[in-house]
Design a protein around this ligand. Structure first.
Ligand code: FAD
Ligand code: NAD
Length: 405
């Protein structure tokens, strides 16, 4: 008898966790498991702000996918997904195609630019290993050129971060640690460097605990970050950005580096494949399947689940993606084993921690507020836990963060 074929798209938090759970729970002859990913490595998206600032080498934030796969149970295809044909139950890849009986879409998110002019051309995004490497190199190049040029262009030393959400704040935390080192390396007076964060909402980290937000903002200000709160980026240009408060006339901030960290959307493959979505995020059923498609699951940043407590979507996080991966693996097994009922996904929030560099952070963990070193240690423990859940102790020993103090 032909084995049912499970195809998982994306080896990020959601997809890789689904895969390793399936490989553990399923017998050799129960199903054919195929994992498709663009690269032969997994990267910790939650560590990309460190690689982007240059405080952590990009090789430290990624590992070979084969390290966590059992090749006797999972077939890995390194390829790029171009489109999903739900009616013919096949996935079109750049170099071929793959058919499925059960599909898990876990392709992650993309930067949301809200159609703002010039962002795609002139701003950089903290999105994957390649973009992180580009940001790090770009900033360093500006410092190197500044030192070489006869007529100094101070704008080379200005860095704009668009958005003071969690990504923006975590990146700023790393930047404030990296810049003093770069200044030393390139013999540049640190007073000449400007780090400007532009946030459209009336506060940084909108919706987060105000006391913790104040702590984060004042720590970053103390380290030299300028905040423009209640101010939106309206356009990116080759020279910098145009910003405005409300309906006021926009004004220009000149900067050679603009990093856009002001929002994410689901993967555009979703819309390209004709799957109903809001900004690339599919409102999934409680069992994580796509309404009307009993064999297609969507998890992670491509999925949308409403938090019944406030009737708003849960923010897309690695925490939710991993919990969805666990449930998806169990639900696929239930379908294959003809079990009567599928599990309903219920998000169990463990809290949120936002790093502010290597030894500082803010967070709420199990309802308790944390700041400083205690929060930072907790953040590294959470980072290590994600490694453990996918690759066990050996992966933690290989890639874990042990510089706790
Ligand atoms: P991802 O983990 O992004 O994985 C998607 C995978 O799909 C990648 O391997 C990618 O290469 C692959 N892929 C994409 N397109 C294709 C294609 N066309 N073909 C083949 N493969 C493809 N969340 C938290 O809970 N805690 C945190 O501390 C935290 N920190 C963050 C810090 C930063 C800087 C950022 C940017 C995000 C952070 N998040 C955090 C959010 C979290 O990273 C995401 O919600 C999470 O990564 C989503 O998981 P995912 O499985 O949906 O996608
Ligand atoms: P976000 O949507 O959470 O924040 C984006 C910020 O940009 C918002 O504060 C928004 O007001 C602002 N903004 C939007 N348009 C703007 C404009 N034109 N000009 C200036 N500011 C503008 O996005 P994010 O920070 O990238 O986070 C994405 C997801 O990843 C979220 O779900 C977040 O919770 C998660 N994340 C979590 C962590 C963590 O837990 N430590 C870290 C990073 C990201």
């Amino acid at each position: 008898m032909r084995k049912p074929k499970i195809v998982i798209l994306g080896a990020g938090y959601g997809g890789l966790l689904t895969t390793v759970r399936l490989q553990k729970m399923m017998g050799f002859n129960e199903a054919e498991i195929v994992l498709v990913n663009k690269n032969n490595y997994h990267y910790e998206t939650t560590w990309l702000h460190e690689a982007s600032a240059g405080t952590l080498h990009h090789d430290k934030v990624r590992y070979d996918i084969h390290h966590v796969l059992d090749s006797s149970k999972v077939h890995f295809i390194q390829d790029t997904v171009m489109e999903i044909n739900k009616d013919e139950k096949k996935v079109i890849l750049e170099k071929g195609e793959v058919e499925y009986d059960y599909l898990v879409i876990a392709l992650g998110g993309e930067p949301e630019t809200f159609g703002i002019k010039g962002l795609k051309e002139y701003a950089l995004g903290i999105t994957n290993v390649n973009s992180a490497r580009q940001i790090r190199e770009h900033i360093e190049y500006q410092f190197a050129v500044y030192q070489m040029e006869e007529e100094k262009n101070d704008n080379r030393l200005s860095i704009v971060v668009g958005g003071a959400g969690f990504t923006g704040i975590e990146f700023l935390g790393e930047l404030t640690q990296r810049i003093p080192k770069l200044c030393q390396e390139y013999d540049i007076d640190q007073q000449k460097v400007r780090i400007i964060c532009v946030e459209a909402a009336p506060t940084a980290l909108p919706g987060f605990d105000p006391e913790l937000v104040n702590y984060a903002v004042s720590q970053l200000q103390r380290r030299g970050v300028e905040f423009l709160i209640g101010t939106a980026i309206k356009e990116a240009t080759p020279e910098g950005i145009l910003v405005a408060k409300g309906d006021e006339e926009p004004w220009e901030i000149k900067a050679s580096t603009v990093v856009w960290a002001a929002g994410v959307r689901g993967n555009s493959i979703i819309e390209k494949s004709g799957i109903e979505a809001m900004r690339g995020r599919v409102k999934v059923q409680p069992d994580l399947r796509v309404p009307g498609f009993e064999d297609v699951f969507v998890i992670g940043d491509c999925s949308l689940i409403i938090n019944e407590e406030n009737n708003r979507p849960f923010p897309p996080t690695a925490q939710i993606a991993m919990q969805q991966g666990e449930v998806t693996a169990r639900n696929i097994i239930a379908l294959i084993r003809n079990m009567p009922q599928l599990e309903t996904f219920k998000f169990d929030s463990k809290g949120t921690i936002c790093s502010l560099g290597d030894d500082d952070a803010i967070g709420v963990v199990f309802g308790k507020k944390l700041t400083g070193m205690a929060a930072s240690i907790m953040k590294k423990a959470v980072d290590n836990r994600a490694l453990f859940m996918i690759g066990g102790t050996s992966l933690v020993l290989k890639k874990g963060k042990f510089n706790l103090f």
